[in-house]
Design a protein around this ligand. Structure first.
Ligand code: ADQ
Length: 749
């Protein structure tokens, strides 16, 4: 059987095809993704699927020739009609998504269209990939042009392992939400098993958009979507550091670098290398240089700024305008600051060879990388990797993903022109020791976390995901579950730990209306006195409420998620943890503000927590406010010994360390034998489930939770299980619950 492969899917292939004198030519494409993954793909047995460029002028024979050549290199070209490319790639992807994800909303044209084409092109990609797929392959989809492909592939290949990586920033949800297609884009991405970003910041923005737009709650590094878990991660992309170091040491490169320096005739060399894109901050960077010349005229003849700009997306109007802006600015600076003997700004508008690029990196005293926003920015890393001489200073925008990794750079705000000018001057005069120390730390990082580590990490995490959708555990048969409990009871006794709201009674409109009915009280009382069974209620409710409802019953009570504890009727309530300092005074005003702004919601004060209930608020508004509140509290309390709990229609803040797990731990310490059985329906019960010994039985109500061993449908089913257990346990009944078992499908998860 052929071995499983990695299928890379990206809009552009790592090569571009064109005709030269009627002959088919393929040249390596520029751009971060191509440069980064090309060496890795070259040494793997996988496929790379993507668009080879516009081949409208190719004859059928030339096309076939192109396809043959690409196939030999493990590349599968997807030919798209020119009008589709215009509307999808030059249209929606680059006129709408690109500027918006880089926070440049005013670059999005008013007639932003092309969504249909974007959808159709994504469909074409999904079909092409599905056509190549063999069972066991992993699929890795790249970037903002293909955000719908994961879901479109999931429809076609439900069991496939699909990863997605976004090479550009994921913007704050405030910006993302302005996109009319926001839902479709998020749902498209969620077809993947793993979604990767360059930084945790982008991942946080994505999570907050999921919450705002789809109402989905992520749990640290994954999000549950139907019956699947989608993993999320930050994978800062690296470069082929070894390759750039080797280029840096190449004698030809050294000779070219020496020639560039000679030509500068003693002037310090400042370098900028970018795709000619308005996100790269080229105009502001030039203005910073202009500012420096204006304030310190002596620099006019002391530095040479070389700006290499690779042509990019020239069919798009805003790129044409931007090119004009750049070239006018260059002209203006050279006009006012040039002398008869020197021109301070050298502007090169073309792609240069890897050796020329490395020679420029090696010749530079200062490298200016000042994008207004940049997913990562590989140029900054390439500069560091090629400086095996440990010299050269990197000035880096705080809005480039690379700023989160390259601690040795001088970091600037690219919008602050004066600040950039000052930092440039500092960079030009930095003492050699400091230059070396800074360059060393950057080289260390780019060498250790290089392109191979990046690919390896992503693929390993993707491989660790289950290949197929995790089957949703079937709802357990209540008779079978009762029989299992009865077996355990006979074997050594049962300790029942029962959640209350949502488990023993359904949710009511107000917390007060959910008081126990007579049947429930009878059932609990009878269970507590049946042989081999003891009962505890473990609830988030205040102790006063539990006392008033269950005070007379011979059962153990745990109130406020385990903060208060009462062993038996008449015994005093005891605290299980000490209350911290007056944290509540800091949190309360926030909750009060939300209560005031959300009609129908109310604030409950408990001994160890504050709870904001929104069950009676207008459903949409309440849920939206709750999401806002959770986000706010999550941020605000992240370094406090406090945690935010998501209950059913309640957001609760409590001291960390108080959880239902306390009940589990106490249980294990108190009883030497028997089986502990916990029933619960929400996230707080997962604390309890997790803290129980492996031999315990855990029952989730409503939906699977925290690895619970059984799932039952609702409080009615819980009571059915308990009643059957009671019937089996009561002396004289003579009817082990097993006898009640229907021809069942008791399902252990
Ligand atoms: P890009 O926006 O293309 O990438 P970047 O990461 O800087 O930006 O990569 C540019 C690449 O093009 C570099 O490898 C560079 O060497 C090459 N290059 C630049 N100028 C060149 C020239 N004149 N001649 C030849 N080659 C040149 C997108 C995102 C980035 C992200 C990458 C990778 O916008 O934020 O870092 O993908 O994820």
């Amino acid at each position: 059987m052929p071995s499983p492969r990695l299928l890379i899917v990206s809009n552009r292939l790592p090569v571009a095809a064109r005709l030269v004198d009627g002959q088919v030519r393929t040249t390596p494409a520029s751009g971060g993704l191509a440069t980064g993954l090309r060496p890795w793909h070259a040494q793997s047995n996988g496929l790379w699927i993507g668009w080879p460029g516009d081949v409208a002028r190719f004859s059928p024979g030339q096309r076939a020739e192109l396809d043959r050549r690409l196939h030999a290199d493990g590349i599968v070209p997807l030919h798209l009609p020119t009008d589709l490319i215009d509307r999808y790639y030059f249209g929606y992807a680059n006129r709408v998504v690109w500027p918006l994800f880089h926070y440049l909303i005013d670059r999005v044209p008013l007639d932003a269209d092309g969504w249909d084409a974007y959808y159709r092109a994504n469909e074409r990609f999904a079909e092409a990939v599905a056509g190549q797929y063999r069972t066991g392959d992993a699929i890795w989809v790249h970037d903002y042009q293909l955000m719908l492909v994961p879901a479109l592939l999931r429809q076609r290949l439900p069991g496939a392992r699909i990863g997605f990586f976004l090479h550009i920033p994921f913007p704050s949800s405030e910006v993302f939400r302005t996109l009319p297609a926001r839902r479709a884009l998020l749902e498209g991405l969620l077809g993947a098993d793993l979604i990767g970003f360059h930084t945790f910041g982008y991942m946080r923005h994505f999570v907050s958009s999921l919450r705002h737009v789809l109402g989905l709650e992520a749990e640290v590094d994954s999000v549950r979507v139907g019956d699947r878990d989608v993993a999320l991660g930050a994978f800062p992309m690296g470069i082929d550091a070894e390759g750039f170091a080797a280029l840096g040491d190449d004698p030809e490169v050294a000779a070219e670098a020496a020639a560039i320096r000679r030509d500068a005739d003693g002037r310090q060399i400042v370098l900028g290398v970018d795709r000619l894109d308005y996100t790269k901050g080229i105009v502001r960077r030039l203005q910073a240089i202009e500012h420096l010349f204006a304030r310190r005229p002596e620099y006019r003849d002391r530095l040479r700024y070389i700006q290499v700009a690779v042509p990019s997306r020239e069919r798009i109007d805003s790129y044409k305008r931007f090119r004009r802006d750049v070239e006018e600015t260059v002209g203006r600076i050279n006009g006012t600051s040039g002398t008869v003997r020197s021109v301070p700004v050298h502007y090169i508008h073309r792609s240069v060879s890897p050796k020329q690029l490395a020679a420029l990196y090696r010749a530079a005293d200062v490298m200016l990388v000042t994008p207004l926003r940049d997913g990562m920015n590989l140029v900054a890393k390439e500069f560091a990797a090629s400086r095996t001489d440990e010299d050269g200073v990197l000035v880096l925008s705080e809005f480039a993903g690379a700023a989160a990794e390259l601690g040795g750079a001088l970091v600037v705000n690219p919008y602050d022109i004066e600040g950039v000018a000052d930092t440039l001057r500092r960079a030009l005069t930095l003492p050699p020791d400091e230059r070396r120390a800074r360059m060393r730390t950057m080289r260390q990082r780019v060498t250790v976390y290089d392109i191979h580590a990046w690919v390896g990490d992503f693929v390993a995490r993707l491989g660790a995901r289950p290949a197929a959708a995790r089957p949703r555990p079937a709802v357990s048969d209540t008779a079978a579950l009762a029989a299992a409990l009865d077996d355990a009871r006979r074997a050594g006794g049962l300790h029942l730990l029962l959640d209350y709201d949502g488990t023993l009674v359904p949710f009511a409109r107000t917390p007060e209306e959910a008081s126990p009915d007579a049947d429930l009280l009878v059932l609990l009382g009878a269970l507590a006195t049946a042989p081999g069974i003891d009962v505890a209620i473990v609830s988030g409710r205040p102790r006063e409420t539990l006392e008033s409802w269950f005070g007379e019953l011979p059962i153990r009570l745990w109130a406020e998620h385990g903060f208060w504890h009462r062993a038996a009727p008449g015994q005093p309530w005891q605290q299980t943890a000490s209350v911290g300092p007056s944290w509540a005074s800091r949190v309360r005003p926030i909750l009060e503000q939300f209560t005031a702004a959300t009609p129908g919601s109310r604030l409950e004060t408990k001994t160890a927590s504050l709870a904001w209930h929104y069950r009676e608020a207008a459903p949409d508004f309440g849920a939206r406010q709750a999401r806002e509140l959770r986000m706010l509290l999550g941020e605000a309390l992240s370094n406090q010994p406090l945690e935010v709990l998501d209950g059913q229609m309640v957001v609760e803040v409590r001291r960390r360390g108080v959880s239902k797990a306390v009940a589990a731990e106490r249980r294990s310490a108190d009883v030497a034998q028997g089986t502990t059985v916990a029933f619960g329906d929400d996230r707080t019960d997962e604390d309890l489930f997790r803290a129980l010994p492996a031999s315990s039985i855990t029952v989730a109500v409503g939906r699977p939770r925290g690895g619970a061993s059984f799932v039952v449908e609702d409080p009615h089913a819980v009571r059915q299980v308990l009643s059957r257990l009671l019937a089996a346990a009561q002396p004289g009944s003579g009817s082990p619950a097993r006898a009640l078992r229907t021809p069942a499908h008791a399902s252990l998860v």
